[in-house]
Ligand binder design. Structure first.
Ligand SMILES: [Fe+2]
Length: 285
């Protein structure tokens, strides 16, 4: 697909995930292609805008051309934090006090807002400081992964439900928490979701990842077996794309049909990413 007047050049990265979109800043900020890019995002899961070089204001403006911008709690300001359009993704606790817990779990496959009734539709990420090694972002297409499942697995999981919880996710960062810490985390959100999300479009995706505690009604070992098997399946190379960042890149992903994670990097590198989000408009179902 190319845009009218040749203003957009779109190239597939892999057959089942990812497209590179080449366009000028003016073309993207003009908003003419907002709807087309939204559709392309749903179809391709991940869109890469190489070295587009947006500053914060432009990133927010571009996000506005695609839909409703979701405000995010600005942890950088501590207790005085406000809801802002740009969130700083970093392990530097001076820049973001939430770095200590939440962000460390971003090294494991997850979808954002799995504990909400309506998850975020999409995230847009740009680097401000990169680590010399590591820090790539992995994505996998859970629509394509579901579609390729053997029929007996589709039947097995068709009506299953899974509990997603903050405390379950936090086990990855704090495998042996104090009881006091656990009690605090349990006040965080948790919600039962379908393992298979049937979207309004009729397409189906998997609602799994690091926030999944257990499949409701299954023996703990069988539940863990299934969750690991599905995650292992969904993150196979044919469904996945690893983005190696260059300064100026912008990457956008459809949070409702993907999982993502950051690859480990040196916390002393100061790696800093700025994120905007598109508000969700479809509940898990
Ligand atoms: Fe995330």
């Amino acid at each position: 697909m190319t845009g009218q007047d040749g203003e957009l050049k779109i190239t597939e990265i892999k057959p089942l995930i990812g497209s590179v979109v080449e366009a000028s800043q003016e073309t993207l900020l003009g908003g003419k292609y907002g709807l087309q890019l939204r559709e392309l995002l749903e179809e391709r899961s991940v869109l890469v805008f190489p070295k587009i070089g947006f500053d914060d204001e432009q990133q927010v403006k571009f996000t506005e051309t695609l839909g409703e911008v979701a405000l995010q709690y600005d942890g950088a300001a501590g207790a005085g934090g406000e809801m802002r359009p740009v969130f700083k993704v970093t392990l530097d606790e001076e820049l973001n006090p939430m770095a200590a817990s939440g962000l460390k779990t971003s090294f494991f496959w997850h979808l954002d807002g799995s504990m909400n009734e309506v998850p975020i539709l999409a995230s847009l990420l740009t680097p401000r400081i990169l680590s010399e090694t590591g820090g790539e972002t992995d994505f996998c297409n859970t629509y394509a992964a579901y579609e390729a499942l053997p029929d007996e697995d589709k039947l097995l999981i068709a009506d299953m439900r899974v509990l997603h919880a903050n405390w379950a996710r936090d086990r990855y960062a704090h495998p042996e928490p104090s009881y006091e810490w656990l009690q605090r985390q349990r006040r965080g959100p948790s919600r039962e979701q379908p393992v298979v999300w049937t979207h309004r479009s009729g397409r189906k995706s998997l609602v799994i990842g690091g926030t999944a505690s257990h499949v409701v009604g299954l023996d703990p070992a069988d539940s863990w077996d299934l969750l690991v098997r599905l995650r292992d399946w969904a993150t196979q190379p044919q469904f996945s794309y690893c983005h190696e960042w260059t300064m100026g890149d912008l990457v956008m992903w459809d949070n409702t049909g993907t999982l993502h994670r950051a690859r480990p990097y040196d916390p002393a590198s100061g790696r800093l990413m700025h994120r905007t989000m598109l508000a969700g408009d479809e509940p898990f179902a």
